[in-house]
Every structure is written in structure tokens, then in C-alpha cells.
Design a protein around this ligand. Structure first.
Ligand SMILES: NC(=O)c1ccc[n+]([C@@H]2O[C@H](COP(=O)([O-])OP(=O)(O)OC[C@H]3O[C@@H](n4cnc5c(N)ncnc54)[C@H](O)[C@@H]3O)[C@@H](O)[C@H]2O)c1
Length: 327
């Protein structure tokens, strides 16, 4: 069962699971997702992962073996304005999901966590052992559910893999990013390139080679491949999840905002209009993951690491779907 399987990351992961021969049930309340994003071949149940009766009905009815928990509230700014929503959905809802799984005897889970659990890191590339000091309720609520997974593992034998994503980007032919509001850089750069919005770069005086912030980007199809490997690693008897496993997923290198703009300009065929604004509070100059553990333990490596490929595939999807999923 994939929670959030009608969302950006979830839908591409569902497609990868189906392609690998798995039977997939999607549980999504469609709050930020789209029914049309659920790949053909998966069964969609509309509702919340915090609804115990619904979840247990699905887990037992469809004889679910493992849960990929992609659904969440995930807007940093909103989380600061309305932390209650984040504690209710990400923490209380997440624990309700763990309890439903326990009651139904489902003992395998892969959790979409985030680089936001690290807060402002002391050093980059960030290893998984770095201190977790989230600076907003979004990161804090993800960290809280990570801890719950670890304790459920020790006490109840839940096998889990927590994947800490950095910035997800790109599209497959059929599935892409359609958020409202959109807070991610690449879709916003492409919307500016298409004349659909203004774009402000937040600061160009950071201590980086071109003065703009550097972030780690990962292609959504590479992320989906990591999910498949993570789910396999939760198979009973697989020593990799005898203890709860936590892996960063990133490129191991990063791209500056200016490099993203240049790549987008090359893909689109003209420079992307933008203005330079003030720095945003709480934005570290460089956020890059060490993805060595994912490579060593899961045997995973990004196959589409170039920014041109990420931006290019996102642009192809936007051109083919100018109104997103159209709902
Ligand atoms: N996109 C990124 O760059 C990124 C980076 C780091 C972490 N993440 C994490 O990855 C996950 C997926 O992100 P995304 O970008 O695909 O987001 P998304 O908003 O596109 O997808 C989330 C999906 O979950 C569904 N959902 C939300 N609350 C629900 C609930 N209570 N019950 C059932 N369904 C619910 C939404 O309708 C949506 O389809 C999130 O957990 C997010 O925190 C994403």
C-alpha cells in the first residue's frame, strides 16, 4: 500500500512498483494529489491514513505486505504558521497508521522523510549520523515519526527503512509535479520560463562559487528506484532491516540556483527571466547529502544525476501537460 500514491513522489513510485511486478493499492485523500496521477493498474482508495477503520479494512482486505508511506503535509512555511496541522497529520496520523499496521499484522514500512530533519548542518555532505536539529515544524514532525518507527522496530519488530530525501525533481513521460502552491525551485523556474509567474532568487551573496545557494537534487525516477530497493530490504529475514535503517537519498553533489537557471535556459532555448532578492531567513548556503549508505546498503545510485536531465524531463512534462493534471 502506498500512502500519497496520487502525489508527485508517490505516483512515480507506484509506477515503479507496478513495473517490478508488485500489486499496488493507493491510499490518498487527494488533498494535494490527483486521482489522474495514480497509474493504471493500481487501486485507489480515497481517504486518510489516519483513519484506522479504513486503513485496517484495506490492509486486511487487500492482504497488504508492506507500506510505503509517502503522504504528508510538506510545506515548510505553512508548518511554521500552522504547526497544529503538521502535528495532527504527520505525527498523530502517522502513529495511527503504525497502530493500524500493527493491529493488522503488517510489519514492513518505508517512510518518506526529509533533509529538513537536519536543520542547518555543521558540515556537508551530510551523513545520516549528523545531529537532527530541525528548524521548522515540518522537519520536526518528520523526525518524530522517524523516532516512532525506530521504537516500533525495537519493541514490535517493525522492519523499516527511512529515506531522507533532499530536493526531488524531474518527471517521467506520464507523471510530473503539479502542486498548488508550488514551492519547489525547478517547477517555478519553468513556470517563469513559460511566462506564467515571476521568479525571485533569494540572495546571490552566499559564500558559494557563484553566490547562490547550492542544493542536492535527485530525479524522481531515481527516487522511485530507491523505494523499490528499500521495500525489498524490509523482507523478513533480510538482515539489513533487523535494525531500523535510515538512508539519505541525494546526488552526492549539488547545483546552485544559478546552475539550475542556466540549465533551464538551455532546455527552454532562452534565458529565464528573474530578479535577485534578499536572502531568506534560515537558508544555509549549501545542503548536500552523503548518499554513501544508500549505495553500500541498498546498492542504489542515481542513474539520472545531471541537472539538464532533471530540468529537461520536467519541461517535457509541463509542455505535454500545461494545466498539470487539470483538476
Ligand atoms: N518533493 C520533494 O522535493 C520532497 C523532498 C523531501 C521530502 N519529501 C517528502 O516526500 C513525500 C511526498 O512528497 P510529494 O512532493 O510527492 O508531495 P505531494 O503533496 O505531491 O504528495 C503527497 C500526497 O499525499 C496525499 N496526502 C496528504 N495527506 C494525506 C492523508 N492524511 N491521507 C492520505 N493521503 C494524504 C496528498 O493528497 C498527495 O497525493 C512527503 O512525505 C514529503 O514530505 C518530498
Amino acid at each position: 500500500m502506498v500512502t500519497g500514491g496520487a502525489g508527485y513522489v508517490g505516483s512515480v513510485s507506484v509506477a515503479a512498483l507496478l513495473a517490478a511486478g508488485h500489486e499496488v493499492t493507493v491510499l490518498d485523500d487527494l488533498s494535494t494529489g490527483h486521482a489522474d496521477a495514480v497509474p493504471e493498474g493500481a487501486t485507489l482508495h480515497e481517504g486518510s491514513y489516519g483513519d484506522d477503520a479504513l486503513v485496517r479494512g484495506i490492509l486486511e482486505g487487500a492482504r497488504i505486505e508492506a507500506i510505503l508511506h509517502c503522504a504528508a503535509r510538506s510545506l515548510v512555511g505553512e508548518s511554521t504558521r500552522d504547526p497544529g496541522k503538521y502535528y495532527r497529520d504527520n505525527v498523530a496520523g502517522g502513529v495511527a497508521l503504525l497502530e493500524s499496521a500493527r493491529a493488522s499484522g503488517v510489519g514492513r514500512m518505508v517512510f518518506s522523510s526529509t533533509a529538513a530533519v537536519y536543520g542547518v548542518p555543521e558540515a556537508t555532505p551530510i551523513p545520516e549520523e549528523a545531529p537532527l536539529r530541525p528548524i521548522n515544524p515540518y522537519g520536526e514532525t518528520k523526525r518524530t515519526l522517524e523516532s516512532a518507527l525506530a521504537w516500533y522496530g525495537r519493541a514490535y519488530g517493525l522492519r523499516s527503512v527511512t529515506l531522507r530525501y533532499f530536493n526531488v525533481a524531474g518527471a517521467t513521460e506520464d507523471l510530473g509535479e503539479d502542486h498548488d502552491p508550488e514551492t519547489h525551485l525547478i517547477p517555478n523556474v519553468l513556470a517563469a520560463a513559460a511566462g506564467r509567474r515571476d521568479l525571485t532568487v533569494f540572495g546571490d551573496d552566499y559564500p558559494t562559487p557563484d553566490g547562490t545557494c547550492i542544493r542536492d537534487y535527485i530525479h524522481v525516477a531515481d527516487l522511485a528506484a530507491a523505494h523499490l530497493r528499500a521495500i525489498e530490504a524490509t523482507t523478513p529475514g533480510d538482515a539489513r532491516t533487523d535494525e531500523p535503517l535510515v538512508c539519505n537519498l541525494g546526488n552526492g553533489g549539488g547545483f546552485s540556483v544559478r546552475e539550475v537557471l542556466t540549465a533551464a535556459g538551455n532546455v527552454v532555448g532562452r534565458p529565464v527571466p528573474h530578479t535577485i532578492g534578499e536572502r531568506r531567513a534560515g537558508d544555509p548556503p549549501v545542503l548536500v547529502a552523503s548518499a554513501e549508505r544508500a549505495s553500500e546498503v541498498l546498492g542504489w545510485r542515481p542513474l539520472r544525476p545531471s541537472i539538464e536531465e532533471m530540468v529537461g524531463s520536467a519541461w517535457a512534462w509541463v509542455r505535454a501537460h500545461p494545466d498539470g493534471y487539470g483538476d
